[in-house]
Design a binder for this molecule. Structure first.
Ligand code: NAP
Length: 205
């Protein structure tokens, strides 16, 4: 299939990397702590590699699997190494008690990342409404995504389909704020009876 680069080596890097490798992609892991990236590459197997944190990613798709608090700094650290890449922002910029988001309309995490990234990189919001535990189950969940580049969105949609997911285009990158806010809805449902084994989706009636 294709090489997918993932920045980060935590829960979501593990869940996405494992699922993508299972569906035939080659995974490159990049983390500020290289030993953690190597340990995850060993765990994923299937030819997963480790790239230097800040070097040019091998994949055309680069998944930003880091915390919102560090995401803009990470993009700055990579600088021109991200030129031409499709950056998938998966972050949920929750406040401390997960009652709201730290971002605002017009200044979503994705838009902040886009502002910090090279002009010819394209940011797509995706995966933020899927719990890592749900991803790991390899179920055919819906994935809402948003972005300004039709080409980058088509690339991300094809990637999501290759993972057995249904991509649902929510619109331009301004919709990233809505997807980030929907993370509060997902957490509210999970914490108030639905549990964490759920995913948001759209239903044709
Ligand atoms: N967990 C979920 O179910 C879930 C679902 C949807 C979206 N998300 C989003 O996915 C992202 C990752 O979540 P996670 O659960 O994988 O978190 P995690 O397990 O805590 O892993 C976070 C990763 O980010 C890296 N990181 C954090 N701050 C950094 C910084 N300033 N510079 C460089 N790297 C930094 C960490 O590096 P080290 O390994 O060196 O500490 C780690 O690899 C978050 O934005 C979260 O909101 C999570």
């Amino acid at each position: 299939m294709t090489t997918i680069s993932i920045i980060g080596a935590g829960n979501m890097a593990t869940a996405i990397g494992t699922r993508a490798a299972k569906h035939g992609h080659t995974i490159e892991l990049m983390n500020r702590d290289t030993a953690k990236a190597q340990a995850l590459a060993d765990q994923i197997g299937d030819g997963a590699t480790v790239g230097a944190f800040g070097a040019t990613p091998a994949g055309d798709i680069v998944i930003m699997a880091v915390l919102y608090s560090g995401a803009v700094d990470v993009v700055g650290h990579y600088g021109d190494a991200l030129a031409g890449k499709t950056l998938i922002d998966i972050s949920n910029p929750f406040n401390a008690d997960i009652s709201g988001v730290l971002t605002t309309a017009g200044n979503s995490a994705s838009q902040q990342i886009a502002a910090a990234a090279p002009a010819d990189a394209h940011v797509v919001k995706a995966f933020n409404l899927i719990f890592g535990g749900v991803l790991a189950q390899d179920k055919p969940v819906d994935v809402f995504f948003a972005g300004d580049s039709a080409e980058a969105k088509a690339r991300v949609a094809a990637f999501l389909e290759s993972l057995g997911m249904r991509p649902l285009d929510a619109g331009g990158l301004e919709m990233a704020y809505i997807l980030e806010s929907a993370g509060i809805l997902l957490m509210g449902l999970a914490r108030n009876g639905a549990g964490f084994d759920i995913a948001l989706g759209a239903k044709a009636l």
